[in-house]
Write a new protein. Structure first.
Length: 410
């Protein structure tokens, strides 16, 4: 056998071996290439979305006011041609303008295709993170503004009780949307309130629930924050929400805002806004404590690192009886950093709080309480055998005055 025959034989043998292997891996490689292209489309489209679409459709595609949500299954399975046409040409009679350069818009065929891919395959949480990283902050747990014309319209509905309903409408907007949603649709923190069940319940029962809260849930008592008249007004609004809504009076979510995330003052202001709309109901104004612990205290701020504060916000309270919910899925990393910065700004002037956990959480450790919940010992002094000489238990553990071991968050 000459050398040419040998070369031909081994060449043929290589083809016999390589071709089946290639045929075996080709579908996988093709699928991987398609996935890579799809991911690239979505990544590029995310930047376009944040720049041009999020202000109307919401940072995570949730929709704002009358602008429809894009984060829904119906659109994810819609025909490609239909999605392309709406984005490129717009929709007649609506605020949706054409975005294709043929319509005077800024985008070409390729970019419109990328936006179609985003609607179909996007991880909207990641888009929210991308937007926040560029300074576009969602109206997280928003307090919507109330149009005075809405208030007047509600008052006109009922000469006898319209003023109470209008007051309840405004109180709901400023206090309840955080947990129960702007339209009462519920969130992962609170139950739906715009329902026939709520509207048919006895008013006294609803007043009791709002006043006293619901143990073991994020529904805190509101009797210290709202007057009985204000709580009654909220109940009046809830029980007539369907009638008010039928008149076209609805709350509209605020639009996203641009924040200079490289400016410490802007981040501090963002943290303050998040605290006032998210945390104040449990931790009170200036972190003075209520249902939740006093955050503005030496015991909290000098023993917790920024990372520990961040972990508590993300994961929720670690104590068995804690009602602190997790906010990791509700706040972007930029917002969490801003909130931590706001809390940290209290540290230089934070007071020593004798019982930072608050009397509403059981009055602190049992050795610090009498039967009526009052604190009877001074820091560093024990009770019972701890005060009876011999140094047995003298003073107790150094962290007992706070009710929290060092390095642990409430």
């Amino acid at each position: 056998m000459n050398k040419y025959n040998i070369i031909s034989f081994f060449g043929f043998l290589a083809l016999v071996i390589i071709l089946p292997i290639y045929a075996w891996y080709e579908p996988t490689q093709r699928a991987d290439a398609q996935d890579d292209l799809q991911n690239q489309y979505v990544t590029d489209a995310s930047v376009i979305y944040v720049e041009s679409c999020a202000v109307c459709h919401g940072i995570e595609g949730e929709g704002i006011g009358a602008t429809p949500a894009l984060n829904n299954a119906a659109l994810q399975t819609a025909a490609y041609e239909d999605l392309f046409k709406v984005i490129a040409r717009g929709r007649y009679g609506t605020a949706m303008t054409g975005w294709h350069d043929d319509e005077g818009g800024p985008y070409n065929d390729y970019q419109i295709q990328q936006l179609v891919a985003l609607i179909r395959y996007a991880d909207w949480t990641q888009i929210g993170e991308l937007a926040a990283a560029q300074g576009l902050i969602p109206p997280t747990l928003p307090i919507p503004s109330v149009d005075p014309e809405m208030v007047a319209q509600i008052i006109e509905m009922s000469p006898e009780t319209g003023s109470e309903w209008a007051a309840g409408f405004q109180l709901y907007a400023s206090n309840c949307t955080v947990c129960h949603g702007i339209q009462g649709e519920s969130t992962d923190l609170g139950l739906p309130l715009n329902t026939a069940d709520i509207q048919s319940r006895d008013a006294e029962e609803l007043i009791r629930i709002i006043s006293e809260g619901v143990s073991g849930t994020a529904m805190v008592p509101w009797h210290n924050a709202l007057t009985p008249e204000e709580i009654g007004a909220i109940v009046g609004f809830l029980q007539h929400w369907d009638e008010i809504e039928a008149e076209g009076v609805v709350l509209t979510p605020p639009e996203p805002v641009w924040v200079d995330i490289d400016d410490p003052a802007s981040m501090l202001e963002l943290g303050k806004r998040i605290y006032s709309t998210t945390c104040v109901a449990c931790h009170a104004e200036e972190g003075s404590g209520g249902t939740g612990p006093a955050l503005n205290s030496q015991q909290i701020l000098t023993t917790r690192s920024d990372e520990q504060l961040r972990d508590t916000i993300v994961s929720g309270g670690w104590r068995p009886n804690s009602t602190m919910p997790s906010f990791g899925d509700r706040l972007t990393s930029v917002e969490i950093d801003a909130l931590v910065s706001y809390l940290r700004a209290w540290e230089p002037t934070a007071p020593f709080v004798e019982n930072p956990r608050g009397t509403q959480q059981g009055g602190g450790p049992p050795w610090l309480r009498t039967d009526d919940g009052a604190t009877t010992t001074t820091p560093g002094q024990g009770q019972g055998r701890g005060n009876q000489g011999g140094g047995q238990g003298q003073g107790g553990p150094p962290w007992r005055d706070s009710g929290s071991p060092p390095g642990q968050s409430n």
